[in-house]
Design a protein around this ligand. Sequence first.
Ligand code: NAP
Length: 415
Amino acid sequence: MPDLPYTPPADGVAITADGERLEVPDRPIIPYILGDGIGVDVTPAMRQALDAAVRHAYGGARRIAWMEVLAGQKAHDLRGEWLPAETLDAFRTYRVGIKGPLTTPIGGGIRSLNVAIRQNLDLYANVRPVHYIEGLPSPVKHPEKMNMILYREATEDVYAGIEWPAGSPAARRLIAFLADELGVTLDDPGATGLGLKPISARKTKRLVRKAIAHALERGRDSVTLVHKGNIMKYTEGAFRDWGYEVAADEFGDQTLTEAELWSEHGGRRPEGKVVVQDRIADNMLQQLLTRPDEYSVLALPNLNGDYLSDAAAAQVGGLGIAHGGNMGDDVAVFEAVHGTAPKYAGQDKVNPTALILSGVMMLDHLGWPEAAAAVRRGLAAAIRDGVVTYDLARQREGAREVSCSAFTDAVAERM
Ligand code: NAP
């Protein structure tokens, strides 16, 4: 049981950084939050799978030194607070961590613990890979054509949460200001709610910079800026323009625009270069379904990213599979997309794949690709063999339904 202040594991060593590069020791200390609800099921499963993969890949030469930190109900029960400052400090100090799902406390004075963690640590990129694993149930004919990674902005746009209810004094003042100072009148000023959607150059550029850097590092062929700039010119349209700007100014010799691809290269991408292009969000939702194989890395403002990432995940297995990471410049915290699914809590029933795959992203982030590959192999083999949890078994004839822990054992056995 963790106690505050946290005592780091005796044999663990803190990850450090040299500029943007992580210096990862052989026994890195990794803080983790168990999580509420099904956190008690999926988080131990994730640890088991990652430990098995690291052993498999490196023998005893490397090992994760796990360090539990508190948040959510467990923190509240033990400490009387939902998100202790020491937990945020641990992520800052150790730079890489992972978390189970957290319940949003009702009446706790916090909008969402997950949002609070992202905001406090300035984890501005919500990164969601979406790809198919053979054997997963899918509502589309060719789910294997999907292999994308979405970089969704996580600090501004609608996430900034700047809004006022209809009829409130603040809404009335703002409406009066709009009318008096800017000549903008609303039809029904006394009964209109207002929201502000800030999108800034700095925050757009740092997100798109991360997306392009990822594409270059991983040999991906394109980055698509997804926006609604035809309607919202100075927010969504600016996101597109600033995205192109960062590509030209900072990656000019490694990127080219789609227009240049056609005008200068006859549509054939020069080896090693990343094509930067843009799509309007509604069109992009359609393309996700019809031509997913033509897209690779997407960079999106917050709300577009919300819709698109869930729609994309639904094509390749849904919530039991959907995984992600929250990345900033100094810290990264990985987590599954799903929540606490309270009706299944503690039943050893749900699918741990989403959190295990979030752990795979973490292994890649640590620069331990052999261990990441071992987990992927184990997962792919278990799913291919039809040894799956209830959520997949109910959609697949002939599958053998197993518990969360038995599935994890099946993964570990197949690495
Ligand atoms: P949820 O916890 O994601 O669960 C919704 C449904 O998704 C479940 O009933 C289950 O569907 C399916 N599901 C979720 N995780 C699964 C898994 N690992 N394996 C198989 N199926 C899975 O969403 P919710 O009920 O809307 O939210 C519950 C709480 O979680 C809320 O307090 C919410 O604020 C919080 N939340 C936290 C996070 C986070 O920590 N990042 C994210 C989202 C929500 P079936 O019933 O059909 O089997």
